[in-house]
Design a protein around this ligand. Sequence first.
Ligand SMILES: Nc1ncnc2c1ncn2[C@@H]1O[C@H](COP(=O)(O)OP(=O)(O)O)[C@@H](O)[C@H]1O
Ligand SMILES: O=C(CO)[C@@H](O)[C@@H](O)COP(=O)(O)O
Length: 548
Amino acid sequence: MAERYAVGVDFGSESGRAVIVRVSDGAVLGEGVTPYAHVVMDRTLPTEEKLGKEWALQHPQDYLDVFQQAVPAALKASGVFPDDVIGIGIDFTACTMMPTTADGTPLCFLPEYARRPHAWVKLWKHHASQPQADRINALAEGRGEFWLPRYGGKQSSEWFFAKALQILEEDPEMYGASERLIEAADWVVWQLTGVETRNACTAGYKAIHQDGHFPDQGYFAELHPDFADVVQTRMKEDLAPLGGKAGELTPRAAGWTGLKPGTAIAVANVDAHVTLPAAGVTEPGRLVAIMGTSTCHVLLGDTLREVPGMCGVVPGGVVPGLYGYEAGQSGVGDIFAWFVKNGVPPEYHEQAKREGINLHALLEREASTQAPGEHGLVALDWINGNRSVLVDANLSGMILGLTLGTRAPDIYRALIEATAYGTRVIVENFEGSGVPVNEIVISGGLKRNRMLMQIYADVTGRPLSVLDVEQGPAVGSAMHAAVAAGEYPDIFAAAKCMGKVRREAFVPDAKNQRTYDRLYGEYVSLHDYFGRGANEVMHRLKAMRRAD
Ligand SMILES: Nc1ncnc2c1ncn2[C@@H]1O[C@H](COP(=O)(O)OP(=O)(O)O)[C@@H](O)[C@H]1O
Ligand SMILES: O=C(CO)[C@@H](O)[C@@H](O)COP(=O)(O)O
């Protein structure tokens, strides 16, 4: 019998990645990448309308381009015949949500709405809905909503209802025109199948779906009278289970992708959560850090724990039968990108160009010769706010210890160390709340930075295992496609055959660890001083910035 294959498509923050995976063993035979033409719209719309501070939008056409470019490119690179492809699975950043008409047409595609910011896709990192998130949390606390502790005690401005409420309050006409409010993950599945589904993963982690339901109309009505029926009028209450089949590839989408009509399409997934089975992680105690523009920390547990400052816990949110815990850092790769773009003197750019390497590689090489503590810096990793454990998008970055002798590699290393300290806070927060972390597995684009990986091992004091495939989330989605197509009975069986990880790829250096324990103590002092109310200067500065 001919080998069978599955397609996984991972919609990241800056690009869409497609892989062709052999379902018998998880081998990746072909890859394709489509950088988003509009990347992240955080200053203006394509029609030049200016956006406010903390906005982050995307263009739905960029997602369709992935189906029309990256998927055919991966298929071509693999040499696999479409008839041997049994399923397609997708995962997406979340919560990345959009308003559409009843037939799924994005409002921003309609000429009459193209100039309205609230007609566009709100990317996960859209923080302008922080005021709405603050009210969502205050009301939930006041009403004693059972679900609030399931989200660490706070809903983030990055999640669904803060964004939906911002549309209603800032552009009621756009809210009125939005017949559907939907995660981009479910929207792209809709484009492939012609069927509107809502996946249980984003609903659970990003839209407060707990114990089988969304919050009641009374809660939403107290936020805004016109918000009472947001679920009933613009969403769906019957959710599609992970590993389920959302539908089949339509002839139109078959024309885009080069695959055959009728190919099974799996229910959508979140990019971080789908990575666990790709790493063969289907049991408690193994935290997977999906490190890209942001980092998501996803961990399984066999009991329900309320962990302060986590993003969420959902029974069956990652694999059936276990609790899926999520925490995160809203800025990691983005912080390094910001520094490379804005803080590195021209001579480094020129040297990298002369050597034909990227700036990350040059800075990594220059900084890796240092011993921990040599640069004398400690930084806070909040340049894009803090997602866990403080859940506050109005915090900001800081670098302490700068002198006239400080150089770009010093700061690059200090920023990497700061993100490692932030990860250690999250790991210790889980353990302190009764959710064991016995192993850390790294996936995502940042694993290519070996200095970063060694720093994470030294700072956390734990060996790091590595998911070696380049596109971890996409492979996880291909595994869900194999389950949806009936190749495997469940994701556990698929993970056994298709998942792979290189265990203990980086181990802590005892000497470095001792120094980092001291530096981590300094980080925690700054973390608590600026992040837990002792000094509100960061909030005051953000307020001044917003006021201008
Ligand atoms: N060698 C490197 N060291 C550190 N960061 C890197 C390196 N290469 C790329 N990055 C950062 O990784 C991020 C992209 O990660 P990736 O996983 O590819 O994307 P996504 O977050 O969209 O899934 C960017 O923010 C980029 O700045
Ligand atoms: O928040 C989540 C998942 O819960 C991510 O989709 C979001 O942080 C974006 O992840 P990336 O940085 O694009 O990998």
